[in-house]
Design a protein. Sequence first.
Length: 190
Amino acid sequence: MTEFCFEDHPFWEFSLRVYGNEGVPIACLALQERHAIDVNMLLFCAWIGESGRGLLSEADLESALVATMAWNQDIVCSLRAVRNQLKGGMPTIPTERSETLRKMILEIEVKCEHVEQISLAAAVVRLVDSTTTAKQRSEDAVINVKAYFRHHGFSPDSEDAMQVATVLDPAFPGLGRIELEESLLKEATA
C-alpha cells in the first residue's frame, strides 16, 4: 500500500508546532469537550492572527465553517467516536486487535484533520502583512478566537481563558500565559 501525503501548508505546520507543546492537547480537548468546538477552527483563528493575516470578519468565519463543518462533523468526529469506543478494547475482540485498529483510525483521523485544515486555509485567503508587530498579531489571534467562540454561542470564562492561553502561548512565547488570559477575559467584557 502506498503512503499518501497531503501538501504542506503553513497552517498545518503552525498546528503541528503548537499542538506538540506540553499541555496544548489537553487544553484543546478540554475546550472541545466543554463547548463542542472544532479544534481546527480554534487553531485556524490563532494562525490567521499569528501569521500576520489580521482579523477574521463574520463573513470569513461563516465561509470557513461552511467549507468544513460537514467534513468535521461527519468524518473527523465520527472517526474520533469510533476510536474512543475502541479505547480499552471490546468485550468480544482481543485487545491487541482493537488497539491496533484504534491506532490506525487515529492515523486516518489526523489525515482527515489535515484535509480540513487545507480546506479552512483555502476558504479564507489573506495576504500576510509583514509590518504587524508580534503584539498586534497576538491581539488579532485573541480577537479571532473570541469571534469564533461568539459565533459558536459563548464567551470564554476564566477556565476557557486559561485553556486558550495554553494553546496560544507556544505561538507567542514572548507574551506569557497570564497576559494572554487577561487579554481573552478583557475582550470578553469589552
